[in-house]
Design a protein around this ligand. Structure first.
Ligand SMILES: *[C@@H]1O[C@H](CO)[C@@H](O)[C@H](O)[C@H]1NC(C)=O
Ligand SMILES: *[C@@H]1O[C@H](CO)[C@@H](O)[C@H](O)[C@H]1NC(C)=O
Length: 356
């Protein structure tokens, strides 16, 4: 029994070590928590097949550490050894704590409006915005970015959030500004939030796409990310791409690439339009409304070589095959509005980038 547990624990430890190495040496924390960075085949070995020793030796040895770890998981899965499971969970949790040191709200953000309403807690690890009848609130990043990957975890206003909007976006300053928007439109308890996205280039927006989410965004924290490269902009939710905006300068569409942007977020009342087009008003008896932020992380293109030195395949194809499949899944089942298919709005033909 000890023989079985031992290699499994070594595997888990080396996996943690690799994860930490990536964090400290590459200055590039994995964009998702440790547990999710294991390929699914590690987590879900085919338990239905009970492996005999001869079958186990048949596992391809080309990638020795891979087959080693798979067999570890198979052994553990089949024997269901509780103590090893406890160890796994413990290590996963500790890695999440390590991961949360990626950003600090005191260092990286200014609370910009709403008086006492925006707050930073836990030594800079947690931020909250709130909205009451008098005012909403907001914050912005101290730094500006020109290309990069930006991750933030948000937990949205719970309960009856109808009429409230939580905006989380990148924006440049001044006229002819560029902007990349996530906006979360609240709803009455039990009815779905709408995730509204938009992109402004040179002051012109009108590029809305809206989605339902495949989870309740007010129950737990979820990661909302923007990958901004000269070739494309990708919106991601929990690492699933939901929208890709390709550079269409060759079709005459301006692309945000010359103006640095700051990160902004605000929580405000928009009950004149947000929920069912303004039919449902904010219920002020439920105020204050609060949204939470944590685990801010940036890969700044300026300082991250690995980000700007993307390989040619990544440049021509924004997403790999599994990500393209995920994107199609979201667009098929969760997209509720796409300006590129709104004939009523564009009777004389869709904007040029819709052909891209
Ligand atoms: C798990 O390991 C412990 C400690 O070696 C052992 O006593 C126990 O029987 C194992 N449990 C199972 C289900 O194999
Ligand atoms: C709120 O719920 C209604 C009814 O299910 C739905 O039609 C609407 O899209 C939801 N979201 C918003 C922001 O109105």
């Amino acid at each position: 029994m000890l023989k079985q547990k031992f290699p499994a624990c070594i595997f888990v430890l080396s996996w943690l070590l690799l994860w930490l190495l990536q964090l400290f040496i590459a200055h590039k924390p994995p964009p998702y928590p440790l547990l999710l960075s294991i390929p699914p085949s590690y987590i879900n070995p085919p338990l239905s097949k009970t492996l005999s020793p001869s079958q186990q030796s048949q596992t391809p040895s080309s990638s020795s550490s891979f087959s080693f770890s798979v067999s570890c998981f198979k052994k553990m899965g089949i024997s269901g050894n509780v103590s090893c499971l406890v160890l796994l969970v413990g290590l996963a949790l500790s890695s999440l704590i390590v991961g949360s040191y990626a950003g600090n709200f005191y260092q990286d953000f200014d609370l910009t409006w709403g008086g006492h309403r925006p707050k930073i807690f836990k030594g800079g690890q947690l931020l909250s915005l709130s909205l009451d009848k008098v005012s909403g609130s907001g914050f912005q990043s101290k730094k500006e970015y020109l290309f990069g990957r930006i991750d933030m975890q948000l937990k949205l206003v719970a309960g009856n959030s109808a009429g409230t909007v939580t905006a989380y976006y990148l924006s440049s300053q001044g006229p002819a500004h560029d902007e990349i928007d996530f906006e979360f439109l609240g709803n009455v308890s039990g009815d779905p939030y709408v995730l509204h996205t938009n992109i402004f280039t040179q002051g012109k927006g009108n590029r809305e796409q809206q989605f339902y989410l495949w989870f309740d965004p007010s129950k737990n924290f979820h990661t909302y990310s923007i990958i901004w490269k000269p070739q494309h902009i990708i919106f991601l939710v929990d690492n699933t791409p939901i929208r890709v905006f390709k550079n269409a300068e060759s079709l005459g569409v301006p692309f945000p690439k010359n103006q640095a942007m700051r990160i902004y977020s605000s929580l405000w009342n928009a009950d004149d339009w947000a929920t069912r087009g303004g039919l449902v008003k904010t219920d002020w008896s439920k105020a204050p409304f609060t949204a939470y932020y944590r685990n801010f992380n940036v890969i700044d293109a300026k300082s991250s070589k690995s980000f700007s030195d993307s390989q040619p395949s990544w440049q021509t194809n924004a997403l790999d095959a599994p990500s393209r499949r995920r994107l199609r899944w979201v667009q098929k089942y969760f997209m509720i509005y796409n300006y590129c298919t709104d004939l009523k709005r564009f009777p004389r033909g869709f904007p040029a980038e819709c052909r891209n």
